[in-house]
Write a protein that binds this ligand. Structure first.
Ligand code: XMP
Length: 532
């Protein structure tokens, strides 16, 4: 296992509950829940020393789950002295098993492996950890091993039919003779499938650890700004703006951290929507007074795409051109050593680059790796610990307008994958106008925030219509509106018929060259969100 640096140097707060990350897919989700409770947390390596932990003056410690079994060779371990610091510890799943292994319990393969929903019943012993949790409730389990207790070091707090110690507390004396405050849960309180999981975590941080809960997102901005300053020193940073929320938040954060050492590049691909470039210019150049360089490359992109109909070939050409244009713009920025990127936590974990380096790799994401090596910059990724909704919160704290903070995602290849078939200036103009009307109506119907992504697609289809007394033979626009949590699966949004009618009516009347509008009622899977 690699040994990452245990603690970022500037991550200090007067109240901290660090999480030892044993490689769980949900370690960062635990962190996010603790932050939601208003308590500062950070993921640290399992190899952190008790001295380093004490230096943080932690209110409590959480041990995450992990994919290993405690008996496997190379399974991540922590220093057993961590259980003798007089600090409350909560072990979750693997974290509980590891603690049991140290504190005198036993860890064995479960009679039945439990993956998914399970039902716990609380024991007769009432403990503050489970205050407010009903006697019987659902939890989310994901384990092959479980803890048994032949020496009686644990007090059972909850069980399932196959797991007698689904929750337990250990109060045996520690090395200094103080009663330990170790709590273990075999299930995952951090996931939404455990409906009372937040109660449990709240009880741990407030009732057991006695935290006051004074952490706010503005503190994160301060902490990250300090961390960025420590990383870049007097170096200069290039930040590519896309118009989307992630890169916008990175730019606003870096501006706060390093002011004029930040230089933003916005590539106008000629494949953007109406008003996109203007919004970026007015926000970053006019409002934040950031050095914003706009690379006007529409003609080059269009020339590359002439006659190309295959979606993957479109993406490939756009990707290559983008790198060339970006490189060229960055070349003119003096002393630029760093490249800022809006990589979020789900991108990191999906690439198997979790804190402990042990999270199983699931897929390679385009944000992680690739571009920087090609450009020769060192990366600055201040959003690596955050989830999307936290990024939006941070954006608001940093003063970004709602229009950017709540912006729906827009794909890098832009309208090129929404004009189906070959791309021309005329088709792009038709699609831009249709898309603008669509979004205007969605916003005025108050549906922008409740939908995840709404856009128009120009189909390579012409059909017969009648306008006035004349026959028309014109283009078709499809409307796509989806609701989704993670964009991996999505359902089509049930936009009310009268709003769809207005959108269709306006597009057909106001956009020359369109005589038909269709509504896409496909879910993902089997369809994808984009049409290409
Ligand atoms: P699909 O179409 O795969 O889209 O269901 C899922 C999400 O990803 C966006 N998307 C892209 N984003 N480059 C991007 O930066 C791309 O090539 C790309 N293709 C799709 C899409 O808009 C949706 O939010």
């Amino acid at each position: 296992m690699p040994s990452p640096s245990p603690t970022p140097p500037t991550a200090r707060h007067d109240e901290v509950v660090p999480i030892l990350d044993f490689g769980s897919q949900t370690a960062q989700l635990i962190a996010r829940r603790v932050r939601e409770l208003g308590v500062f947390t950070l993921l640290v390596s399992p190899s952190i020393s008790p001295k380093e932990l004490l230096a943080m003056n932690p209110k409590g410690i959480i041990l995450s789950g992990g994919p290993s079994s405690v008996y496997e060779s190379g399974a991540p371990k922590c220093d057993p002295a961590i259980f003798d610091l007089g600090i409350p510890v909560l072990g979750i799943c693997y974290g509980m098993q590891l603690a049991a292994h140290v504190l005198g319990g036993e860890v064995k393969p479960s009679r039945e492996r439990e993956f998914g929903r399970a039902h716990i019943a609380l024991s007769g012993t009432r403990n503050v950890l489970l205050h407010g949790v009903p006697d019987r409730t659902t939890v989310w389990m994901s384990h092959g091993d479980q803890v048994s207790d032949p020496r009686g070091v644990f007090t059972p707090l909850a069980s399932t039919p196959t797991c007698p110690l689904a929750a337990a507390v250990c109060t045996t004396p520690d090395a200094s003779g103080r009663p330990r405050q170790f709590y273990g849960v075999q299930f995952h309180p951090e996931v939404t499938h455990t409906p009372h999981g937040m109660d449990l975590l709240r009880n741990f941080v407030y009732e057991v650890c006695k935290a006051r809960g004074n952490w706010r997102m503005s503190d994160f901005a301060e902490t990250m700004a300090a961390q960025v300053r420590a990383q870049v020193g007097d170096g200069h940073v290039v930040c590519g703006l896309s118009g989307g929320v992630d890169s916008a938040v990175v730019a606003a954060l870096l501006h706060k951290a390093i002011g004029s050492q930040l230089h933003c590049v916005f590539v106008d691909t000629g494949l953007l929507r109406n008003g996109e470039r203007e919004l970026v210019e007015s926000t970053f150049r006019d409002h934040f007074k950031i050095d914003l360089r706009v690379a006007d490359a529409g003609e080059q992109f269009l020339a590359d795409l002439a006659g190309i109909t295959d979606p993957q070939e479109k993406r490939r050409r756009i990707g290559h051109r983008f790198i060339d244009v970006f490189k060229d713009a960055a070349k003119h920025i003096p002393k630029a050593k760093f490249l800022a990127q809006g990589t979020l936590y789900p991108d990191v974990i999906e690439s198997g680059h979790g804190h402990a380096g042990t999270a199983a790799g699931i897929k390679l994401h385009h944000n992680v790796g690739g571009l920087p090596a090609e450009l020769g910059f060192e990366l600055v990724e201040p959003l690596r610990e955050l989830f999307k909704d936290e990024v939006r919160k941070l954006g608001s704290v940093l003063g970004l307008p709602d229009q950017i903070v709540w912006r729906h995602p827009f794909p890098g290849p832009g309208l090129a994958v929404r004009v189906l078939g070959d791309i021309t200036k005329e088709k792009l103009a038709i699609l831009r106008d249709a898309d603008e009307i669509l979004l205007e109506e969605i916003v005025s119907a108050n549906l922008y925030r409740s939908t995840s992504q709404v856009f128009a697609v120009l189909l390579p289809v012409q059909s017969v219509g009648v306008m006035g007394d004349g026959r028309t033979y014109e283009r078709t626009v499809a409307i796509r509106a989806v609701e989704t949590q993670d964009f991996m699966t999505a359902d089509w949004a049930r936009i009310p018929y009268d709003i769809l009618a207005r959108i269709s009516n306006r597009i057909i009347n106001e956009v020359r060259g369109v005589n038909r509008v269709c509504y896409d009622i496909s879910s993902k899977p089997p369809a994808t969100i984009e049409w290409e």
